[in-house]
Design a protein around this ligand. Sequence first.
Ligand SMILES: [Zn+2]
Ligand SMILES: [Zn+2]
Length: 359
Amino acid sequence: MMVPERMIGAVLTGPEQLQIRELPVAALGAGELLLRVGAATTCGTDVKVYRRGGHPRMLKVPTLFGHEMAGTVAALGSGGHKFSVGERIVVANSAPCGECDYCRRKRHNLCRSLVYLNGAFAEYVRVPAAFVARNTYRIPDALPFARAALCEPLACVLHGLDACELERRAVSSGTEEVAEVVVFGAGPIGLLFVAALAREPVRIILADPNPDRLALGERMGAHDSVHIARGGGQARAVRAATRGGEGAEIVIDATGVPQVWRDAIDTACIGGLVNLFGGCAKGTEVPLDTHRVHYDELTIKGVYHHRPATMQRALALLSDPDFPAGLLLSDTVSIAQVESALRAMIDKRALKVVVQGTA
Ligand SMILES: [Zn+2]
Ligand SMILES: [Zn+2]
């Protein structure tokens, strides 16, 4: 396979400043590989980073941009390799060190030296050795690149599902009925939660201000939906949709909005679990009803990112054609159109957009 010397890529240079540039294709070091991008998908995190012009953990401007990617191996650096040129792969956007105390406890998402990879909105991506060794996977021939690129967000969601203690909750409800799960937020992450939960013996209630997204949520497996107003204070309306108005055994925030975190806590039933999955802006706080947390014995969890094990489970789930992840992908654009794709997401005209590569 011939690798050109130069490529096209989207470079973030500041808040809402994205430039399409011609750049040299990076030279490879030992253990590295060159990904020829087949498809990259846009993500709510990309929108956040685009608007803020950076991210405290993931990247600093100027930088190549985009983090959900799949494609083919175009070239290999020196050293032994588990991949060969021409293979179809998905690359995660982070790599754990594999050696720190958190990695040893298999809590790779909390790795002390977690490194991030950006640059998916480009023709080629240099994949560092840590990613090749610990968070890159072959994908089945029948799995399209755009669908494979959803591995990263779905891996986050499966990690979030693990935190829900579904089996324990279903048993401890003590009734013939299945546990109820409320999902706040019908963006791509909330909808992936719905699709993944739909495979479990639970009743799913989706809450969001956008009627089109609620309708899509019902197609993806939500049993009920609640049309709420923006800006918080919606717990009463959502509780009314739960059995007996008692609140749900499991409540998931998939918005990252502090007022909604508060609503999520207020929507849990006695003994319920609250999964605070959406990351809020730094410095924000929410008040806590200490009496309720104690006497109702609420479990409140923060949940972040994904692990290599959930990347592999996400890949298996995406390989099942019945899993409805494709419903999230509205448009396909070229690298030159990335900025308009991000705009479409900001204006809620798109959930996720496929940025076509050349593989
Ligand atoms: Zn993402
Ligand atoms: Zn580590």
